[in-house]
Design a protein around this ligand. Structure first.
Ligand code: OGA
Ligand code: ZN
Ligand code: ZN
Length: 393
């Protein structure tokens, strides 16, 4: 399955472009070292190399998935021989079963796991405040998103990095929001439907379906997995009021980390309780409001004041959590963090619901109608679509 061309390499569906070549290759008792022609150095453990052999015996041609399991070779497996070929492949014959593996330089370089390489691979969000987003809000045309894959990809990069974007001149037809979302992938259906109508309803099962102000929130923090992307298409906004505010939750979290560190720690460690009860459903989820990964990087915010249950933490932590919760909300109310915008019919705002907080002011239906349609798409769909488009464009 190795398609060995000197300038690129296809592994599964991924295309690897050769940027650098090995200058020399040598090894000790655990790792193989490659000195690259740009001065970089990479170490690869033998176990890791053996695990990533992509010969026809280790990876099935049917699905391009691995069939080999690493526990079927000795833990101390090592090469009997290593060869750097004239076309820059690295060939290894292993000391177990005489198995032969061949590695392309482009693949090896891209999967180098030195600290520097791993740091370079971390995608940093473009965190924003009012000043920044007022100047840099990504704005796209509906027609170009729908018809042109290059615009689609550019929009998806912006959405990934800024966490928010506006699409203008969207067709004023019901379910158009679904058509746009499906340019990315499957819709995440919820108890509020595939496409939900944000209108004031007689028997509202959410504060969203009233004329009340909605404070800054993420949608469905009550769920194990909060919807990743939220789409809100404005069909009519003639009622007075109803202005929108968006805040980058990562910015607030960073600000808290730097200025109110004890409160920040409380929100990353102590769980908030989120509840959403309806006739046929009863969702509850306990989670810290600021979620960090194994490196301490801020990766998610959960917040909806109107979707909370009674806080359930040890007594000695109750005031600590309340102090931090109040502080977070007070910061979101500071205009210097807010992107304020009044939706126009034909606008579609798409944002990262696990990062960007959104709100609307109360509105008055005496003065006109208001109707938005929304839906969700999970965030790994966005990242997957980016990778697939990158293969083609
Ligand atoms: C919602 C919501 C915003 C709006 O439906 O969850 O936040 O402007 N709506 O009505
Ligand atoms: Zn193999
Ligand atoms: Zn909402």
């Amino acid at each position: 399955m190795v398609q060995n061309k000197s300038d690129y390499y296809i592994n599964g569906y991924s295309v690897y472009k050769t940027e650098f070549n090995p200058e020399s290759v040598y090894y000790d008792d655990k790792t193989l070292t490659v000195d690259w022609d740009n001065g970089d150095k990479s170490d690869y453990h033998f176990l890791w190399l053996r695990d990533n052999c992509d010969c026809d015996k280790c990876v099935t041609n049917l699905s391009k998935e691995q069939v080999f399991e690493i526990c079927d070779v000795p833990f101390d497996i090592k090469p009997n021989s290593v060869e750097l070929t004239s076309d820059n492949m690295i060939n290894i014959i292993w000391d177990y079963e005489g198995h032969e593996s061949s590695y392309h330089p482009a693949w090896l370089k891209q999967h180098c796991y030195s600290q520097k390489a791993r740091e370079n691979r971390i995608l940093l969000p473009k965190v924003w405040d009012k000043n920044k987003i007022d100047k840099q809000l990504p704005i796209y045309e509906y027609k170009s998103i729908m018809n042109d894959d290059k615009s689609l990809l550019s929009w998806l990069y912006d959405l990934r990095d800024f966490g928010i974007s506006k699409i203008e001149n969207v067709e004023n037809k019901l379910k158009t929001v679904q058509k746009v979302a499906e340019r990315i992938s499957f819709i995440r259906k919820t108890n509020f439907g595939t496409v939900f109508d944000v209108v004031s309803k007689a028997n509202a099962n959410s504060a969203a379906y009233t004329t009340l102000r909605l404070p800054l929130h993420t949608d469905l923090p009550t769920r194990e997995l909060q919807p990743g992307l939220q789409f809100l298409h404005c069909l009519i906004n003639d009622a007075s009021g109803g202005e929108s505010i968006f805040v980058d939750g990562f910015k607030i979290a960073e600000y808290m980390r730097d200025n109110f560190n004890d409160d920040y720690k409380a929100l990353t460690k102590l769980p908030m309780s989120f509840y959403n009860k309806d006739k046929a459903s009863d969702y509850r989820f306990d989670s810290p409001m600021i979620i960090t990964d194994h490196n301490g990087k801020i990766i998610e915010i959960r917040l909806a004041n109107f979707l909370r249950g009674p806080i359930d933490v040890p007594a000695e932590n109750m005031q600590i959590l309340y102090r931090a919760y109040r502080q977070f909300i007070l910061l979101t109310r500071d205009e210097k963090f807010q992107f304020s915008y009044r939706l126009n019919a034909g606008d579609l705002i798409v944002f990262d619901n696990r990062r960007i907080l959104h709100s609307r002011n109360a509105f008055d239906l005496e003065s006109g109608d208001r109707h938005l349609q929304g839906c969700y798409v999970d965030k790994d769909e966005l990242l997957s679509k980016i990778r697939v488009l990158e293969r083609e464009l």
